[in-house]
Design a binder for this molecule. Sequence first.
Ligand code: NOJ
Length: 570
Amino acid sequence: MLPRCAFSVCHVFVLVLCLSSAEDFDWTKNGHSSFHYGTFPAGFSWGAGSSAYQTEGAWDKDGKGLSIWDVFSHKKGKIQRNDTGDSSCEGYHKVKDDVSLMKELKLNHYRFSISWPRLIPTGIKSDHINEKGIQYYDELINHLLESKITPIVTLYHWDLPQVLQEKYGGWQNISMVNHFNEFASLCFERFGNRVKYWMTFNNPWSVAVEGYETGEHAPGLRLKGTGAYKAAHHIIKAHAKVWHTYDTQWRGKQKGLVGISLSGDWGEPVDISNQKDIEAAERYVQFFLGWFATPIFHGDYPQVMKDFVGRKSAQQGLGTSRLPTFSPQEKSYIKGTCDFLGIGHFTTRYITEKNHPSARGSGSYFTDRDLAELVDPRWPDPGSEWLYSVPWGFRRLLNFVKSQYGNPMIYVTENGVSEKMLCTELCDEWRIQYYKDYINEMLKAIKDGVNVKGYTAWSLLDKFEWDEGYSERFGLYYVDFRNKNKPRYPKASVQFYKRVISSNGFPNQREVENWRRKAVETCSSSNQLLAADPLTSQMEMVTEIVVPTVCTLSILLGAVFLMFLLRRRN
Ligand code: NOJ
């Protein structure tokens, strides 16, 4: 009986989509003919994003402590080509330069994260606070505000202090809740007079699943079937605690907002007339976005997760479900702890039902869902293996958020596309196409009544892409990682996004076509500039050799001159 109730909301939703698709060609899945020209509501906020470990570099500078990503990336074989974030984009040393790029784009906001071990090297506040780290974020925030760019700050974008991992097992341990709360309080205390948009966590799905279930991400644990659920449980509690801390101790003075950034792919039933596919697609989204959003908005895990993980656990002969439970007090403490919802969205999957029989000792997050993911081979796939461009999924996901969680205020915190290029390419037409179509679907969602207040292009710069190292580039700006100075070059998408921002949307077909043409024209000259760059990096290397050579030469000459003087004396 219970699962049926849980599915009914989805049924209505899918039914609405089907009915609308009958009358409104806008719900079409193949895009181009249905492009909607129009503008965004006044005051809509346009931004770009980054995160600390992916861009800052300076991994051991000025008293910063180790994070789990420093340690993980230094282990051989964990990251493509054994890349590390040690220097990355050198963002730590390039605050002014990067804020200039944002000004060039005329961004309204910039989303970045604070590195916990840069502020608190061991992660434990009573041990030590690193004032140099505080100074760095002070400088960044002040530069942004001077440039009229609103900082949107994430407290946890995956870089847990290593000491907390070693001492307690990281997010497997409930003690993280208090340590994270202390770190968050420090941030509110030091930056809260200037920062008004806070996000506790970025994409906790990845932290839980990739950090503790598959081990592809730091800390690299493979605790199949339990690790991810436990990590997520503690993360949700930590989020709620920080929201309450802000609400009771800081909101009165600082008048800011605290949210969370969740990621979610859209799951579309393979056959929209097949009940099993519809239910499987619903499960896909509930196990992804709903896992975190449902407790935060409604106080508990999605019913379908409780049912499926509970049943599978019983079939495995376990006495209790592998999915932890919240007490009644915890449920009411967690419910409603979100002033705005951050949504990170990149792609979509087709979903069909697939039964995974559960044997003793087996079981994992993935098999708990009883489904299979499929992709349409016609979907563009320019970069990351998992990232297919499916713009229509974005509008569906945003409408899902509206209907499931009471139309919350949404900031899109991540949306963008990567490229996998061996040679340098600044003429990123496919990225222009991706942004154009995804931003357009977001515009349609706003017309549907979804409360989206801002959009964050992911990302401002090419950067360290976690286990993929530097092999996948998401940036609007190209970063030349071969050059020690890490110079930035605008891709064509910079020109395009800039125009979307200045027009606050898409005025008309002729203009938008013109933007694309102009963007592609300008990029070819920048491409040539970049093609000449290896020369610059060589020149630097020569300098490195020349400097000691000149020194050595002067010492030799000095010695010869001394010998000459001594001989003359004799
Ligand atoms: C989501 C993560 O939050 C972000 O750090 C990453 O760059 C993007 N996914 C793309 O993989």
